[in-house]
Design a protein around this ligand. Structure first.
Ligand code: DAH
Length: 339
């Protein structure tokens, strides 16, 4: 019996020594110490041993069990410790390394400029409205008093989808949508994207943005237009900004004008920024043409109004002194993060 136990022990210890994974050690535990293991089998056989021998054999079995258990446990501990050390090594953090920079998105200069424009006009009591980018000829041209043979209607200037469906070339189309609602008075600001068949260069893009203003009420005069746009210019370009209105022609306004602001870079003395003139052209405006009101069933003898249209890019390029419009569309992070 003694030799048998010795043999079991030697064998078990040998197996333990050969093991280099926890699963293997577990197997040894099951095979030698488990319910169906070899030592248990010996214990079960005790009933065949002579009664006076039993305590001695029992003790021997226990000693063998303890010896195997001890070696097994220390082998398990050793493996566990090694695994832990391995894990710690893998997870080591060098706290002296520079951290990853968290990169933040930036608001687009157009967007910042538009927000300021909206703030100014909402402050003056305007409502911000939007209109469709895909329009009928009627809204983009006809109802704005733009005749069928007007050069703007040429395919070289306008993107046609088919027949009289087109991409709007101006936010002035939103004027018509508001006028035909017939809800007076009207005081709206309509920002949005417009499209023209232009080649891309430093000052042109086939898709850019405008904002349109329209006021219609009783007793609206050219002074109201001047006062409003003067206030706008001062708020957006600075208190000292002066405005100049030059006669111009637009089919949907009569009289029409273009507005220049005194150069905010040189104060009007003339510099590279304003090409030496001291003035910078900003927008088109005028008194709503009686014909435009009539076409939307508004009586021009009772109501008058003014309108203006501004290129949003023009404002953001000037305000942030950007000299190439293409920068606004390239989404270059190095450019955008300056704002
Ligand atoms: N729609 C014109 C354009 O795109 C700008 C404009 C001029 C709008 C005069 C107006 C206006 O409302 O009164 O060039």
């Amino acid at each position: 019996m003694k030799e048998k136990l010795e043999k079991i022990k030697t064998e078990a210890l040998q197996k333990i020594q050969e093991c280099n994974a926890l699963e293997g050690l577990n197997e040894v535990r099951v095979n030698y110490l488990g319910k169906k293991g070899e030592l248990t089998a010996v214990l079960k056989g005790l009933k065949d041993v002579a009664a006076e021998e039993r305590p001695k054999v029992g003790q021997m079995v226990n000693e063998t069990r303890e010896a195997i258990e001890e070696v097994l446990n220390s082998a398990i501990q050793k493996l566990e410790k090694a695994a832990l050390e391995e894990k710690m090594k893998a997870e080591v953090i060098d706290v002296t390394l520079p951290s990853n920079k968290i990169r933040m998105g930036h608001r687009h200069p157009n967007f910042i400029a538009l927000e300021e424009v909206e703030r100014i006009f909402v402050g003056l009591g305007y409502e911000v409205v939007e209109g469709p980018e895909i329009e009928r000829d009627y809204y983009n041209f006809e109802a704005l008093n733009i005749p069928a043979d007007h050069p703007a209607k040429d395919e070289q200037d306008t993107f046609y989808i088919n027949g009289d469906i087109l991409l709007r070339t101006q936010t002035s189309s939103v004027q018509v949508h508001e006028l035909e609602k017939g809800k007076l008075p009207i005081r709206i600001l309509a920002p949005g994207r417009v499209f023209r068949a232009d080649e891309v260069d430093a000052t042109h893009s086939p898709s850019f943005h405008q904002f349109e203003g329209l006021v219609v009420d009783k007793n609206i005069t050219f002074s109201d237009l001047k006062g409003t746009l003067d206030q706008f210019a001062k708020e957006i370009f600075g208190e000292d900004t002066k405005c100049k209105f030059r006669p111009h022609h637009f089919p949907f306004t009569e009289p029409s004008a273009e507005m220049d602001v005194s150069c905010f870079k040189c104060g009007g003395k003339g510099c590279r920024f304003c090409k030496g003139s001291g003035w910078i052209e900003i927008l088109g405006c005028g008194m709503v043409h009686p014909h435009v009101l009539e076409m939307s069933d508004i009586d021009p003898k009772v109501y008058t109004g003014f309108a203006f249209g501004v290129g949003l890019e023009r404002i953001s390029l000037l305000k942030y002194e950007i000299d190439d419009m293409r920068l606004l569309y390239e989404n270059d992070d190095r450019f955008l993060k300056q704002f």
